[in-house]
Design a protein around this ligand. Structure first.
Ligand code: S3P
Length: 439
């Protein structure tokens, strides 16, 4: 599917429950809430669940494992089976394009002790899995990846009564998927398990597991989990709006003349708000207010108005706190005046696409002056983007970023392969229309 985004003006929207314009639930939390509820004992109710391509993959995998769930609109109910209630499926579990599903599922299945094969799309089969295989093996899990260190992953059954090992595990990457995989396996550990990561990856699993009664302690970049003595408690929560979905609407508002956006009920976990901090450094008029908490997650409102931006440098921990936001951040940088440098961002090469290479190719195609670097990119911002055609290359965030780029461009942007948005933000184009874009 191709979608043409015309140059636009005067975008405006107020997102809250009263206006019926609601930001979709957080993707990371939707995955976790569904899977952790399945591991709990009892019935969970999760509202504002994100119904999208990647979360459907998680739900289907749970169904194949015999988990009973029901999705009514955005309200998900799950009947937890408890860690001991799972039996080995006869067929491989298919994880589609979803790295979160395969990595979290590997840790969860290791905790359940069943035999299972986890596989996915050709795209998923290219993504690195050795990063979860090694720590799981250190804990005593019998798990094997392909010779290239990729899916399919085969996990062997563990004998009843045998616990996994605890100890200290140093992660090589600041990755919440890897950390969560290891934490989930740790639910079957017989000793304390400490995970130390090199940077502040999102900590949703720590917060949610604690809310479900798991004895877990965090000290900066280290998480320690004690052996559990009771089943995980079921959840009854409303998920916060997805900061990573909000990011597209925020940048759209900043770069489009005379525009204004109010978002309420957004997840404002500090490990997810790196983009807001960086945009503010660039001169963005963004106000953020924390108004409450859900299962240990801060939520609140964001107000944004069109702003003149200047170039900046992003490196180190800032990169980790906005890891999913670089495609749309690059668009903001293209509309800024001056040079923007992104470094220490090698992890972007292992996402839904090689996001450094694809971003450079697709943004160049619409006239952005962007140069690829081994661990990032450099953009020469001129405040203007001519427009043209760009392709999603199978990456949902690239599709939405190209669309955002079109809004303030001189001639508009055609997004090829635009249907990828269904993976994480199915109502993205509807929301742009609600903001006043003519599609
Ligand atoms: C996610 C963690 C991040 C992020 C992904 C979702 C999660 O991946 O890019 O979209 O839900 O844990 P990494 O853990 O590989 O950095």
């Amino acid at each position: 599917m191709n979608v043409f985004i015309p140059p636009s003006k005067h975008l405006f929207a107020l997102f809250n429950q009263q206006t019926d314009l609601v930001l979709p639930g957080d993707k990371s939390l939707s995955h976790r809430a569904a899977l952790f509820s399945a591991l709990a004992q009892g019935k969970s109710r999760i509202s504002n669940f994100l119904d999208s391509g990647v979360t459907q993959v998680m739900l289907t995998a749970l169904e194949k494992l015999g988990v009973k769930w029901h999705l009514d609109g955005t309200v998900l109910t799950v009947e937890g089976k408890g860690l001991d209630g799972f039996t080995s499926p006869t067929l491989p579990l298919y994880c589609g394009h979803s790295a979160t599903t395969i990595r979290l599922m590997a840790g969860a299945m290791a905790a359940c002790g069943i035999q299972v094969t986890l596989d996915g799309s050709d795209g998923l089969r290219k993504r690195p899995m050795q990063r979860i295989v090694e720590p799981l093996q250190m804990m005593g899990v019998e798990i094997q990846a392909s010779p290239e260190g990729t899916a399919p992953l085969v996990i062997q059954k563990r004998n009843q009564g045998i616990k996994l090992k605890g100890g200290t595990i140093h992660l090589q990457q600041a990755s919440a998927q890897v950390k969560t995989c290891v934490l989930l396996a740790g639910l079957a550990a017989g000793q304390d398990l400490t995970i130390i990561e090199p940077g502040p990856s999102r900590d949703h699993s720590e917060r949610l597991l604690r809310a479900m009664g798991v004895p877990l302690f965090v000290d900066r970049l280290s998480v320690t989990m004690q052996p559990i003595t009771q089943p995980l408690l079921p959840l009854n929560i409303r998920l916060p709006g997805d900061m990573s979905a909000a990011a597209f609407l925020i940048v759209a508002t900043l770069i489009t003349p005379d525009s204004e956006l109010h978002l309420e009920g957004v997840g404002l976990n500090p490990r997810r708000t790196g983009l807001l901090d960086v945009l503010k450094k660039m001169g963005a008029k963004i106000e953020m207010e924390i108004t409450g908490e859900i299962a240990g997650e801060p939520i609140g409102s964001i107000r944004v108005i069109s702003s003149a931006l200047t170039g900046t440098t992003v490196a180190g921990d800032e990169v980790v706190r906005m890891i999913d936001e670089f495609p749309v951040f690059a668009v903001a940088a293209a509309y800024a005046q001056g040079e923007t440098v992104v470094r220490d961002a090698l992890e972007l090469r292992y996402k839904e696409s090689d996001r450094i290479q694809e971003l450079c190719q697709q943004l160049s195609a619409i006239g952005v002056q962007i140069q690829e670097q081994p661990d990032g990119f450099v953009i020469r911002g001129t405040g203007k983007v001519p427009g043209g055609s760009g392709h999603s290359r199978g990456d949902h965030r690239l599709a939405m970023s190209l669309a955002v780029a079109g809004l303030a461009s001189e001639n508009g942007v055609t997004v090829e392969g635009a249907d990828m948005v269904t993976q994480s933000f199915p109502c993205f184009f509807e929301m742009l229309k609600e903001m006043g874009v003519t599609l």
